[in-house]
Design a protein around this ligand. Structure first.
Ligand code: FE2
Length: 391
């Protein structure tokens, strides 16, 4: 009984260790080609070493003492200890997240509306045969958009900004797998909220053929205080990133990538910045420029758009009160009772999706609208309206 339990926990620890490596690899700023190559090796190494460990466990069972004269026993013992340490780390994190979820957070209320895109259109807006097959898997939620209207408590919100409505959309991944109608429905709903400001946090286009969709989708959005965007790691893979930035600008969307601007909203000076690290250079603004990234200049309210939630320490260091991010897709597949496993962040699944109060910054991570892998289980795509309130 005990050897079996030790063997099972070791295999779980083995998977945890390789998932840890996989998640951090996709959070790195390494070139996408290198990441994709390395990703294959990580998966191969996980399977090969996992298979070897499994055979070892079946033949000999777990190593329980370091007294063996054979060196393979010592390697196996060392790997066992690493696996158990990883499993302890993962289980502790899971427990801490569950406890933290019980505490009253910044979310006051959440009104969620489900948009069943296939039902609304009367057909599935899927453009490729293979995606149609994936989409037909029972429980796959790629066409079930959740529109969240979240009322959020912000202790440091200037009173004049109480009730400010910010629409947040991320990870559109326009690939052609989902047709333009899918995005039309999401943005039509977003527009019914009549937001004051719209934030788009990266991974907009994967296929250059979809550039033409931007003026017809995002370009149709309107709000009184502007539409702002940053790019993500998938946008960086495009052969012509400058063309994407130009298309956004031509569509009335302000490109905030590596920039910081000062705007006046309800007579309050609001600093808006975009951080596209680690895939694009950081904002490098002289301190004299309006809205510059120095903490000496007091800003009543600052909003950061970042593709990756990993820039949270940067946001806190620079005194941003609100940070909006995406990139993680909520994990895309969430196991019941466990949650997400795969999450491209150096924090693993900590910031997979939702609201996180890390004073002085409040972070909102969107699950995104789509993805290059057309699979979503217990993790539907989302568009969100954040309504900011004083406590
Ligand atoms: Fe993405």
């Amino acid at each position: 009984m005990i050897p079996t339990l030790l063997a099972i926990t070791m295999l779980l620890g083995h998977l945890s260790a390789w998932t840890w490596i996989y998640n951090r690899l996709h959070a790195s700023g390494l070139s996408s080609r290198f990441v994709r190559q390395l990703e294959k090796w990580v998966i191969l190494a996980c399977l090969a070493t996992g298979g070897s460990v499994f055979v070892w466990l079946v033949l000999r069972g777990p190593v329980v003492a370091a007294t063996s004269p054979h060196w393979p026993d010592h390697i196996m013992l060392a790997w066992q200890l690493i696996c158990w340490m990883m499993l302890t780390y993962v289980l502790t994190g899971w427990l801490v997240r569950r406890i933290a979820r019980r505490e009253p957070g910044p979310l006051v209320a959440n009104d969620t509306q489900c948009l069943d895109v296939a039902r609304i259109l009367g057909r599935r807006p899927i453009g490729r045969r293979l995606t149609r097959m994936w989409g037909a898997i029972p429980g796959n939620q790629i066409l079930h958009i959740q529109a969240h209207h979240k009322i959020v408590r912000m202790p440091n919100l200037p009173p004049a900004l109480a009730g400010l409505r910010i629409a947040h959309v991320s990870d559109l991944h326009m690939t052609g797998q989902l047709t333009r109608e899918f995005f039309d429905i999401a943005f039509a709903h977003l527009q019914t909220w009549k937001p004051d400001l719209i934030a788009i946090t990266g991974d907009l286009v994967d296929e250059p053929a979809c550039f033409a969709w931007i003026p017809a989708t995002l370009g149709q959005l309107a709000c009184p205080f502007g539409i702002y965007a940053v790019l993500g790691n998938h946008d960086q893979r495009l052969a012509d990133v400058a063309r994407l930035r130009q298309t956004l600008t031509d569509s009335g969307i302000e490109d905030l990538g590596g920039r910081c601007v000062l705007r006046t909203i309800r007579d309050v000076p609001v600093r808006l910045a975009g951080n596209e690290q680690p895939w694009f250079p950081a904002a490098q603004l002289p301190a004299a420029q309006p809205g510059a990234l120095d903490r000496a200049t007091p800003h009543p309210f600052s909003i950061l758009l970042s593709h990756s939630p990993d820039q949270l320490p940067w946001a806190r260091r620079h005194g941003f009160q609100l940070m909006l991010a995406g990139h993680t897709h909520g994990g895309q597949i969430r196991l019941p009772g466990i949650g997400p496993i795969i999450c491209p962040s150096r924090y693993g699944v900590w910031y997979a999706s939702g609201l996180f109060d890390r004073p002085p910054t409040l972070l909102h991570v969107s699950r995104g609208l789509s993805g290059v892998h057309p699979l979503r289980f217990n993790c539907p795509p989302e568009v969100t309206l954040l309504e900011l309130r004083n406590p």
